[in-house]
Design a binder for this molecule. Structure first.
Ligand SMILES: Cc1cc2nc3c(=O)[nH]c(=O)nc-3n(C[C@H](O)[C@H](O)[C@H](O)COP(=O)(O)O)c2cc1C
Length: 189
């Protein structure tokens, strides 16, 4: 079964990203197309790009980078649970992406974004250009959650039908892309 890494991009104290990620992780597990792996950037606590060599070389010097490399390499697809900060992507997400290179290649990614009226869409657009540089294929189907503060109650994300329908469509499509891109990751002769 392909492995889906759910990247939780907010590392903020009191984040709404936790409840959204909890809901999406449970939904993706029940969906059944993927073995789901939580990649919570708050728990990973990666330092700010402190490796001396370009990530393209994969010559990492620090244990945590080596573990991050192995965790990302083990995934076949990603779902990025992300807020929007000042119309852009959260710095922890940019840093986590910048840490590695080949580990991301030829894998699809879908977004679960949230924010105010924008539902985090400007953060998604900002991140997409970085993803394509890393040869990640961002898919168009997404879960978009406007007015996040109204949707989290008692530490729980209150998913409605729009959210569950869009999560279903996004995961179905992610599974198709995962199968298609697998061939590109086979060793070239
Ligand atoms: C530094 C900062 C910048 C923000 N900028 C935006 C923004 O540009 N657009 C938006 O819709 N919400 C913005 N917000 C509000 C967030 O959408 C809201 O706080 C959300 O809960 C942040 O995700 P988190 O709780 O998982 O960190 C911002 C919040 C913070 C803390």
């Amino acid at each position: 079964m392909p492995r889906l890494g759910v990247i939780v991009a907010s590392v903020r104290e009191g984040r709404n990203g936790g409840p959204v990620a909890d809901w999406f992780t449970a939904f993706a597990t029940a969906h059944g197309a993927f073995a789901v792996e939580l990649l919570d950037l708050k728990a990973w606590d990666l330092s700010l790009l402190s490796e001396p060599n370009h990530p393209r070389l994969a010559t990492y010097t620090q244990e945590k980078t080596k573990r991050w490399s192995a965790a990302v390499a083990a995934c076949d697809a990603f779902a990025i649970v992300t807020p929007e900060y000042n119309f852009g992507a959260p710095p922890a997400l940019i840093n986590a992406l910048d840490h590695l290179y080949v580990e991301w290649h030829y894998k699809p990614a879908g977004f679960v974004s949230y924010g105010g009226i924008s539902g985090g869409l400007r953060s998604v657009q900002h991140t997409k250009s970085m993803l394509t540089t890393l040869k990640i294929v961002p898919i168009v189907e997404a879960v978009t959650i406007p007015f996040i503060a109204r949707a989290v109650d008692g530490g729980l994300f209150q998913a409605d039908e729009k959210h569950t329908k869009s999560a279903q469509v996004m995961l179905d499509e992610l599974a198709r892309w995962t199968k298609a891109l697998h061939a590109l990751r086979e060793p070239q002769s």
